[in-house]
Design a protein around this ligand. Structure first.
Ligand code: IMP
Length: 429
């Protein structure tokens, strides 16, 4: 059962897109299993930068079947926009498969996301305002509308009309906002069905057949471990299961189909949106990391908060995901620093924590305890093998590896594909 999960080990934006793109060629299928167009990664296509939010990066390779699994939430307008962009660049989207069981993001979800954030005031989550939370809320509440509903006009209309009874009450009475009409939504959404129909599949069945035929499947996680609805820094999280276990649920395969879990972590750490962040930097070093690392969100254009590498978080990610391998990205960004700190533990009310505290308050108030390592102050962007890295950079990697208890198999030393050191990555072993 050759299934491998690629998962973010921090708060998202770890550079998963680049690594998926790099290793995808070893696979027959690349499957997104959670989230929606709150994610974002940039791919270079014919010298042009394309920002993809929903379609797995495997779309660029003719030998790969990209799939959007049942665990995702899909805004059909965005999906079609991305398909059009890719087609315009000469990439066929014919192979794209979309689970009929994925839920649709509806226009009222976008509005509710915006209005509920507004209502929260200073306590806002800082969502991407793409309607993600409200769409998952309806899924859990069993009033969601699924991709397959687009195939039956009668059912679709009925479900929209039923949903609007409550949504409009809520929108008008709680948010003081304008109501939606079923007609306007159907007029917009039903034509999408024509375009999407050829891509709708019974994804779980297809994937299981593929796995039985020894096809290789890469399950591509979006966001990151600390944004997971169960294992993240709740309530400052996204509304889906970003961790490796979500791959099974969000694509309809058993956990036994997964034989490796590759965690991606930046050589420092970033976060967008609100929520606790023990190693956050508010000084010049933080600004330096942000500017050298180009830390601006692909989806929202928001500046990312930056901090020192937090080994407590990555160790936690190693546990909740069952990581077998770790990939450290953006190591080159640290080349600008004289010394580099690594958070090895937290302290709160005289207690020392080497794993994420279970109590939310302790995590919010945790003081990070650091070890300081010498920097290397050398350009490493041309290094193509581990042995070419300066001693100090190798010491940094080996320190991280020891703290995580997981081998660092891949190291990224620049944004390009070939600026990656394949140290120990052996997907087929
Ligand atoms: P939502 O997913 O739009 O509901 O946003 C919930 C939280 O997850 C917010 O703090 C967002 O900034 C964060 N978030 C969602 N998607 C991403 C991502 O792809 N990278 C980093 N943070 C994300």
């Amino acid at each position: 059962m050759p299934g491998i999960v690629l998962v973010g080990a921090q708060w998202g934006d770890e550079g998963k897109g680049k690594i998926t793109d790099l290793i995808a060629n070893d696979f027959d299928y690349v499957v997104r299993y959670q989230g929606g167009n709150n994610a974002g990664h940039t791919v270079i296509a014919n010298g042009h930068k394309l920002a993809l939010h929903l379609i797995p990066s495997g779309i660029m390779y003719p030998n790969i079947t990209p799939m959007i699994g049942n665990g995702c939430v899909v805004d059909p307008r965005i999906l079609i926009e991305e398909m059009d962009k890719l087609e315009a660049e000469g990439f066929s989207t014919e192979r794209l498969m979309l689970s009929g069981n994925a839920h649709l993001i509806m226009p009222y979800h976008l509005k509710i996301d915006e209005e509920s954030e507004r209502k929260l005031g200073d306590n806002l989550i800082g969502t991407t305002k793409r309607g993600i939370g409200p769409a998952y809320q309806d899924k859990a509440e069993r009033s969601g509308i699924r991709v397959q509903d687009l195939l039956d006009e009668h059912i679709f209309r009925l479900k929209v009309e039923t949903a609007l009874v409550e949504k409009n009450e809520w929108l008008t009475k709680i948010y003081n906002s304008a109501p939606f009409t079923a007609e306007a939504i159907c007029d917009e959404y039903l034509p999408y069905a024509q375009r999407i129909k050829p891509h709708i599949v019974e994804s779980s069945q297809l994937l299981n057949e593929a796995l039985r035929a020894n096809k290789w499947v890469l399950f591509e996680g979006a966001q990151g471990t600390l944004l997971d609805i169960d294992h993240g820094t709740y309530p400052f999280v996204t509304s889906s299961s970003c961790t490796a276990g979500g791959a099974a649920i969000g694509s309809g395969v058993g956990p036994t189909a997964i034989n490796k879990v590759l965690g991606i972590a930046k050589a420092y750490i970033t976060r967008v949106g609100s929520g606790p962040f023990p190693t956050e930097l508010f000084d010049e070093t933080g600004e330096k990391l942000a500017s050298v690392g180009g830390e601006v969100g692909v989806t929202t254009g928001r500046a990312r908060r930056c901090g020192w590498y937090d080994a407590v978080i990555v160790k936690y990610a190693a546990e909740v995901n069952g990581l077998t391998d770790l990939c450290i990205t953006k190591l080159d960004v640290l080349s600008c620093l004289d010394t580099i700190k690594v958070c090895v533990a937290y302290e709160h009310e005289d207690k020392r924590y080497t794993t994420v505290p279970g109590q939310q308050t302790a995590f919010h108030k945790a003081t990070p305890l650091y070890e300081e390592l010498p920097g290397w102050k050398t350009d490493i962007t041309g290094c193509t093998s581990y042995k070419e890295l300066p001693r100090e950079a190798k010491d940094y990697i080996e320190f991280i590896e020891e703290l995580a208890g997981v081998p660092v198999s891949i190291i990224a030393v620049g944004p390009d594909r070939d600026q990656t050191i394949m140290r120990r990555w052996k997907p087929r072993s």
